[in-house]
Design a protein around this ligand. Structure first.
Ligand code: SF4
Length: 404
């Protein structure tokens, strides 16, 4: 492994409206000036109070950086393992290994890269890990950007890599930096892989893979919100569970107060709720599912008859699902590539094929391209989602959608 590029810094930065707060200020452009006003009035602290969890998260990032730079022979300044992390040694090691696993022979890596934010170039955000994939001649052929999430709470649990604004901001900002420094060219076909790593939360956050062109397109709505905030006009309150969850102005916000039904907190404390009430709620799950289905059907009918999504919702294309063409084709392919059964079958009997997302990581270069040829892609039906969903509302007519 060759990994010799050093360009690092502390990840702990505070932009006026940061990548980590993007789920608040992108949909609710009013939140930035509103919180600044509350701060000026002394109604909220000047800076978010970093609690113990945030402090330990910073320690974990710093120690992970030390471990990674040690593995990369970069001779970092020694850091003893903080006592707060002793119980999570294995989790930290898992993160380190998964980062190192992304590095091929000609690749270059950057640890804790502080990049100028693409939407606010006077301020910076930090990518925890970037692998710059290169061919033998040093030409950049893709990037993997990884972000460590040390939390264990309900917010971290529900985080996914797909459509993650923070990851997108770190990735595009880092790419702008690399292009500016002459380390790569702005090739819009370049594959970008983004991964959240939540080592203390069971379950995989998944991988979000797209081309640089698609990433730029995804980031348009982030840039638009930033432009509105910078111009300091036409900002709007846009309350929603996700936007208000971490907003520092939430306890003083008139818009949030006016829409109480939106706010079922993801981490609602159920301890004070009686056991009997919990049982009642639990038994209602099938009915609630039915109610949600009826509501969704009715909204879809409205869409079909009017050609427009009901206000507050929009239609997005269904996910593209990939599958092996057939088990036989997949097995032939793996055998051709010199893999044994233990490499491509799950251990317990009856042995099934290892999912393609995992197998894909085994291959590089042309082998990876060949691997794509044994997969099929199916488009799921379009989906009605909330307006605040980051996916573009490119299609508003059902006929067009079904013609896809
Ligand atoms: S509480 Fe919600 S609606 Fe109010 S400013 Fe914050 S994000 Fe916007």
């Amino acid at each position: 492994m060759k990994a010799n590029k050093t360009k690092s810094g502390s990840h702990n930065t505070h932009a006026r409206y940061s990548a980590s707060g993007a789920d608040t200020w992108v949909p609710c452009t009013k939140s930035v000036s509103f919180v600044e006003k509350l701060r000026a009035e002394g109604l909220v602290p000047q800076r978010s109070m970093a609690g113990d969890a945030a402090r330990i998260g910073t320690l974990a990032h710093d120690y992970a950086q030390f471990l990674l730079e040690t593995e990369l022979d970069r001779d970092p300044k020694f850091m003893a393992m903080p006592d707060e992390l002793v119980d999570d040694t294995l989790a930290l090691r898992g993160y380190v290994d998964r980062c190192l696993d992304t590095v091929g022979e000609n690749d270059v890596v950057i640890v804790e890269h502080k990049a100028y934010l693409f939407y606010l170039p006077t301020e910076t955000g930090t990518s925890d890990w970037v692998t710059i994939h290169r061919n033998k001649k040093g030409k950049v052929k893709g990037l993997t950007v990884r972000d460590l999430k040390w939390g264990q709470g309900p917010y971290t649990m529900k985080l996914r890599s797909y459509n993650n604004r923070q990851l997108a901001i770190y990735s595009l900002s880092t790419i702008h930096d690399l292009v500016r420094d002459g380390d790569m060219k702005m090739d819009y076909n370049l594959p970008i892989i983004m991964e959240l790593d939540k080592p203390r939360v069971s379950g995989d956050a998944g991988t979000w893979e797209l081309t640089l062109g698609e990433l730029v397109e995804f980031c348009d709505h982030i840039r638009e919100s930033s432009d509105i905030i910078k111009a300091d006009k036409e900002t709007k309150f846009a309350p929603s569970t996700d936007a208000c969850y971490f907003c520092n102005g939430r306890t003083h916000c008139p818009a949030k107060a006016a829409t109480p039904l939106v706010f079922v907190p993801a981490d609602m404390d159920m301890k004070p709720v009686s056991l009997e009430a919990c049982v009642q709620l639990y038994l209602m799950i099938p009915q609630l599912k039915d109610v949600m289905k009826v509501a969704t059907d009715r909204l879809m009918e409205h869409q079909e008859s009017t050609g427009k999504a009901p206000e507050g919702t929009k239609l997005v294309p269904g996910a593209t699902r990939r599958a092996y063409m057939s088990p036989e084709v997949a097995i032939d392919f793996f055998e051709d590539k010199g893999l044994s059964e233990d490499d491509y079958l799950k251990p317990p009997a009856p042995r099934a094929l290892i999912p393609m997302g995992q197998m894909e990581k085994v291959f590089r270069g042309d082998d990876k391209k060949d691997f794509q040829d044994i997969l099929t892609k199916n488009q799921s039906p379009p989906k009605l989602v909330a307006d605040s969903d980051p996916r573009p509302d490119a299609l508003t007519n059902l006929d067009e959608l079904f013609d896809l």
